[in-house]
Design a binder for this molecule. Structure first.
Ligand code: PEP
Ligand code: MG
Length: 596
């Protein structure tokens, strides 16, 4: 995270400091002058075309499509070399736009029927197309509009005889502000010069946010009020961790961030020292601390953060950002890689949790009104048994090569669990008949992330080897707070007494049945929550790799007795705020340095 903070004194100290709150989509701090790139729509001339000139006009359009295609391929190559094939595959969607026969034919037909110049016709057809897609209430389609606009602007600039959009306006390190950053914009960015991204639009799941994280560039999206407020050259401080853009940061703010940065660097150095130590409390209670991943490539980070294997492999990431479905062999290779690299530790592979905010191109657009309450995860898979069995077989086959545990997401009761297990049994029978090796005693567990599952945990516990509590969804569904809705994020309370009651119910049920129990939601990576989880009796936690060492430090600084005291006191409280305060007190008294 360090390295990006420039301790230069603000030249605009006399201007008032203004803070804009957005969504932190890539962590880190950056301070530099801003370069503003508000999208200016190209002036598109309109002129009549004679019948004799029609072939030339059409030939011009086709030549531009080919040139644009070549440009996208080159950009894809550049990104692949810089940050890897997966991020580069984002441009596959752009290639589809330049190859979209329906749209191209419509442009050609309209040139002929209207006898107008290609730039004008092209701009009109694509604008109409994007407008239609924008009207559809579907986050997947909205993301696709960004791709289409991105490519169509590129085509238009070619038709108008202009070069591609240019970000090289500043030779000096700067923060880039734009209404929106498309993947092609992001690919043009010089990472030596661009210290941070600030955008009005975007979310954690937008392609640019994914790329910003891969590039290690702090980024804040959803800054709705910056348009018109920022001018190129203004001094800006960007806090990608807190989701904050500070315009004209004053001396006090700069000093404060200078201190924060120094402290963060010192803490990082301290944390490095405990990498190979055990996650044991001061009174000798051992905790298994593992990591959450989405792709096999992240195993490098897992090894680096000192985690004991993988507590949650969100397998749906193998299905995102691509047009087709990974084959059984491809999936099996990915699961095997993770299992082998996690050895001697285990890896918990969660079956496909598609739906909600995770929409895969390969499954087509979703038109559900409430996708988080819709055909998500296990529901989607149980409706498509043959499709689901491909993944189950791949996981079973990979289990011959390492310690794998299989986990179903979004289980709401025993019915779904039994149906999923019946399919698993079919897969085992098929593999045995074919003489294919697999772990015959593969442990099977479930995510507890729906209140009904938490409340019937005693029933479910009889039929599984382990529970893993998904606090992100459990809190969302218990408190009726959409986890994606920024406007109500203050209501998303992990310490709400109702959430704690559910957690206790699940821990007690797991203990009574003698099965494994872990927590893999974001609560497990939040060191303020560590005393509460230990007090509840949780002895397995799984967090994002950058958080693992922090949680390890928290565990090593605590003792179970005081965590149990905290829990006993929390049970007496009726407000989530009070309970949070109690947790903060304990955390601050033991590891204040981790809380800034
Ligand atoms: C959860 O819900 O807490 C969880 C870990 O799953 P996801 O965040 O992938 O929904
Ligand atoms: Mg979940």
């Amino acid at each position: 995270m360090g390295g990006y903070f420039c301790r230069a004194v603000s030249e605009t100290a006399s201007k008032p400091e203004i803070r804009f709150r957005g969504i932190g989509v890539a962590p880190g701090i950056a301070h530099a002058p801003v370069v503003v790139h508000w999208e200016v729509d190209e002036e598109v001339p309109v002129r009549p075309i004679s019948v004799a000139d029609l072939p030339e006009e059409i030939a011009r359009f086709e030549a531009v499509l080919m040139a644009t295609r070549a440009e996208i391929l080159e950009m894809q190559k550049r990104i692949e070399n810089a940050i890897g094939a997966r991020d580069a595959s984002i441009f596959d969607a752009h290639l589809l736009v330049v190859e979209d026969r329906t749209l191209i034919d419509e442009v050609l037909r309209t040139i002929e029927s209207s006898r107008q110049n290609v730039e004008h016709v092209f701009a009109t057809v694509y604008e109409r197309y994007c407008h239609t897609l924008e009207q559809i209430d579907d986050p997947y389609l909205r993301e696709r509009v960004v791709d289409i606009q991105d490519v169509s602007r590129r085509i238009l600039r070619h038709l108008l005889g202009k070069g591609p959009r240019d970000f090289a306006t500043s030779e000096n390190p700067h923060i880039l502000a734009a209404r929106i950053l498309t993947p092609s914009d992001t690919s043009l960015i010089d990472r030596e010069k661009v210290l941070g991204f600030a955008t009005e639009a975007g979310s954690k799941t937008s392609h640019s946010a994914i790329m910003a994280r891969s590039l290690g560039i702090p980024a804040v999206a959803g800054l709705h009020e910056i348009f018109g407020a920022l001018e190129t050259g203004d001094s800006v401080l960007l806090d990608g961790t807190a989701g904050l853009l500070i315009l004209n940061p004053g001396q006090e703010t700069l000093k404060e961030y200078g201190r924060i940065e120094q402290r963060r660097e010192a803490v990082e150095e301290q944390l490095d020292l405990i990498r190979d130590t055990s996650s044991t409390t001061r009174d000798g209670q051992r905790v298994v601390l593992s990591a959450n991943i989405g792709l096999p490539e992240e195993m490098a980070e897992v090894a680096e953060c000192g985690a004991e294997g993988v507590g949650l492999f969100r397998s749906e990431f193998l299905f995102l950002n691509r047009e087709d479905i990974p084959t059984e062999d491809e999936q099996m290779a990915a699961y095997r890689t993770v299992a082998e690299r996690a050895s001697p530790h285990a890896v918990v592979i969660r079956t496909l949790d598609v739906g909600g905010d995770k929409l895969a191109e390969a499954f087509g657009p979703s038109n559900e009104e409430s996708p988080f309450l819709g055909c998500r995860a296990i529901r989607y898979c149980l409706e498509r048994p043959e499709f689901f069995k491909i993944q189950l077989r791949a996981i079973l086959r990979a289990s011959a090569f390492g310690k794998i545990r299989l986990m179903y997401p979004m289980i709401s009761g025993v019915g779904e669990l039994r149906r999923a297990n019946a399919l698993l049994e079919e897969c085992k029978t098929e593999l045995s008949a074919a003489g294919t090796a697999f772990d015959t005693s593969l442990p099977v567990g479930i995510m507890i992330e729906i209140p009904s599952a938490a409340l019937s945990a005693d029933h479910l516990a009889r039929e599984v080897s382990f529970f893993s509590i998904g606090t992100n969804d459990l809190i969302q569904y218990t408190l009726a707070v959409d986890r994606m809705n920024d406007a109500i994020s203050s209501l998303f309370e992990p310490t709400h007494p109702a959430v704690l009651r559910l957690l206790r119910t699940v821990v007690d049920a797991a203990r009574a049945a003698g099965i494994g129990l872990s927590v893999c939601g974001e609560m497990a990576g939040d060191v303020i929550m560590t005393p509460l989880l230990l007090g509840l009796g949780v002895r397995e936690m799984s967090a994002a790799p950058p958080l693992v060492l922090r949680v390890k430090k928290a565990i090593q600084s605590l003792d179970v007795e005081s965590c149990e005291r905290l829990m006993a006191e929390a049970r007496e409280r009726d407000s989530g705020e009070d309970i949070l305060h109690l947790c903060e007190q304990v955390a601050r008294s033991r590891y204040a340095e981790l809380l800034d």
